[in-house]
Design a protein around this ligand. Structure first.
Ligand SMILES: [Zn+2]
Length: 125
């Protein structure tokens, strides 16, 4: 299947290796794989790629939501490369809730923990 992150690549060659344990090399790729995990309902992946300082409980992430994710657009990125320790990804995610289409525009901060990128926090625009 095509990857839920809408990269245009196959899931097997895009976000799946990250979901299976491979370290995402950049903050943007981690962001994409997290979006895919939301689409696929992979709460464990969301939990382990969330900073231990800010993450919600796994249980709360596993609660089902009535949201249907419709698409992801990466607006821009700052740092977050293979040699960086911090990164910022600005994105828009479209979703439908209660049959109403909405958009989430967020500037997300990513840091490395134990060498791996994790999501720290986001500011909604
Ligand atoms: Zn992907």
């Amino acid at each position: 299947m095509l990857c839920p992150c809408q990269s245009g690549q196959w899931y097997n060659e895009c976000c799946r290796p990250f979901h299976q344990g491979k370290a995402a090399p950049t903050a943007e790729l981690l962001m994409r794989s997290r979006y895919s995990a939301y689409v696929l309902g992979d709460a464990a992946y969301l939990h382990r790629t969330w900073s231990k300082h800010t993450r919600p409980t796994l249980k709360s992430l596993m609660q089902s939501h009535s949201i249907q994710w419709l698409g992801l657009t990466i607006e821009c990125t700052e740092q977050g490369g293979s040699d960086d320790q911090e990164g910022i990804v600005e994105f828009t995610a479209r979703f439908s809730e209660n049959h109403q289409e909405q958009a989430l525009h967020e500037i997300s901060r990513f840091v490395r923990e134990n060498g791996r990128w994790v999501y720290l926090a986001g500011v909604h625009q």
